[in-house]
Design a protein around this ligand. Structure first.
Ligand code: SF4
Ligand code: SF4
Length: 490
């Protein structure tokens, strides 16, 4: 692989500097030199996985880059008109209060000494701001702190639903475990997904949060409330829970009536760390995928994972099909990877790429997106019929789980314009396993940032890419402006 030039920052002074992506000893590294703080080297990916899965997508990004203006990343996000990906998921933080007091958390009100809680009317404006995007942001993650501590959460969910948004709540699950009535209120308000922070199945991986001890109660109340869709969200840390990745997937797969997915988030670093300390603790997407493969004894393999932009042809296809602009999850391939697992009639988890040729499938969709552009109402049904026939040729029926009617599923998917929310049979036997590695200043890559699709909306109604908000001073500025004194306890 030829070295790739990117822009990054010095983790010690924040200066924007040139960096290179290079390979060495079966790994891919980001290297950079700050004139003041010297050399920095960061391991970012496994070489084999990078060559096979990431490079083909990177090449496409680079073709696109040639035609674009150069934005001022990462310090020019406010009012920036050059960002390359629309808001696919908007994030609204509604409080920094929390019902836990984990010693490692620097964000909650007890640790910061102030309260951050945008007023309700402001939250409504923030939601409206997300819907004003073109195309409108389809989904919102309401987070905190612990958002269930805020009484107005239920009304906010209702408001977002009235705006036709998918609503995801990021929570530690304590309030749901403690009150079936509250879980029912969430359901009645129309919450779409409970995004449950869940770091592992043992005491070792749950030193302080300990929601593994109440997970069954959380599941029970989600069920009793009317099957609240849940996604488990582990922060993956080397030496803490990296040995439990497959245990978490197994737990999810035993609760497929309510658990829709597991979304691992390898930890990103803050604060000053030297190279050897970081190398010992760094846990990349490829490290996680290798661990899942090893722990599952090959039931899930490295080759089963694909970078997120693999789904772009699906968006292009539906854009051509509906003739309406669709939000595209066109994030940088280094940001995330995922696979789908199907539970067959014997309870075995079978990754989708074992029976669906993903590359052929996406190529067919790309071709049909072009064909559909010149189609008429008369030629379209013929095109769709021929598409379904071609897609059938990408399926290995001898390996497909018998309880999965894939052709019927794809037919419904095309008829529903890509909306998979109503495909009950698909969801009942399916588990999404994904990972997103939020960046830090050591592995910062402005190419990744420019394509970020996950955006904070702030009380000042600015839209800021997630990794910029966390790493480049935006969070602190917003909180300094909107913070309040913590009310005294009576
Ligand atoms: S990260 Fe996006 S919003 Fe921020 S300056 Fe770069 S292109 Fe603009
Ligand atoms: S949040 Fe960070 S890791 Fe995720 S898409 Fe945006 S830039 Fe990439």
């Amino acid at each position: 692989m030829e070295e790739i030039k990117i822009q990054s920052v010095c983790p010690y002074c924040g200066k924007v500097i040139e960096a290179k992506i290079i390979t060495k000893d079966n790994s891919v590294y980001e290297i950079k030199t700050c004139p003041e703080h010297g050399d920095i080297k960061e391991r970012i990916y496994d070489l084999k996985m990078f060559n096979e899965k990431i490079l083909p997508h990177l090449k496409k990004l680079h073709e696109f880059k040639e035609t674009e203006d150069i934005p001022e990343c990462p310090y020019g996000c406010i009012g920036c008109k050059k960002h390359r990906t629309q808001t696919v998921l908007g994030i609204m933080e509604i409080t920094n209060r929390c019902n836990l007091k984990c010693s490692y958390c620097f964000a909650n009100s007890d640790a910061t000494g102030y309260l951050y809680e945008p007023p309700y009317e402001k939250c409504i404006e923030m939601v409206d701001k997300l819907r004003e995007q073109n195309p409108p942001c389809p989904a919102i993650l309401i987070s905190g702190g612990e958002p269930t501590l805020r009484d107005e959460l239920i009304d906010l969910i209702k408001y977002c639903r009235s705006k036709d948004m998918m609503v995801i709540i990021a929570t530690n699950g304590y309030k749901i475990a403690g009150s079936l009535e509250y879980a029912k209120k969430l359901q009645e308000a129309g919450v779409s997904v409970i995004y449950l922070s869940f770091d592992g199945v043992s005491d070792k991986s749950n030193k302080e949060k300990k929601n593994h001890l109440i997970i069954e109660k959380i599941f029970e109340n989600c069920r009793k409330a009317g099957n609240l869709n849940t996604v488990l969200v582990p922060t993956a840390i080397r030496g803490i829970n990296d040995d439990e990745a497959f245990d978490i997937i197994k737990l999810a797969s035993q609760n497929l009536d309510i658990v829709r997915g597991v979304n691992f988030q390898p930890i990103s670093f803050c604060g000053r760390m030297d190279d050897s300390e970081r190398e010992a603790q760094r846990y990349t997407i490829s490290d996680l995928i290798k661990d899942i493969s090893k722990q599952s004894e090959g039931q899930i393999q490295e080759s089963d994972f694909y970078p997120v932009p693999v789904i772009l042809p699906l968006t292009e296809f539906f854009q051509a099909y509906t003739k309406e602009k669709q939000v595209a999850f066109s994030v940088h391939p280094m940001c995330g990877s995922a696979t789908y697992l199907f539970k067959d009639e014997n309870g075995i988890l079978i990754p989708m790429p074992r029976f669906l040729n993903v590359n052929k499938f996406t190529k067919i969709l790309e071709d049909y997106a072009k064909k559909l552009q010149g189609s008429t109402n008369i030629t379209r049904p013929i095109l769709i019929a021929s598409l379904i026939k071609e897609v059938a040729g990408t399926i290995d029926f001898s390996k497909k789980p018998k309880n999965l009617e894939l052709i019927k599923l794809l037919g419904s998917l095309f008829l529903n314009n890509g909306d998979m929310r109503d495909l009950t049979t698909f969801h009942e036997n399916t588990l999404f396993v994904g990972t997103m590695h939020f960046m830090d200043q050591y592995n910062a890559d402005m190419e990744r940032l420019k394509y970020c699709a996950i955006h904070y909306v702030t009380p000042d109604l600015d839209i800021i890419p997630f990794c910029a908000y966390q790493n480049f001073g935006y969070r602190q500025k917003v909180e300094n402006k909107w913070k309040q004194d913590i009310p005294k306890k009576e």
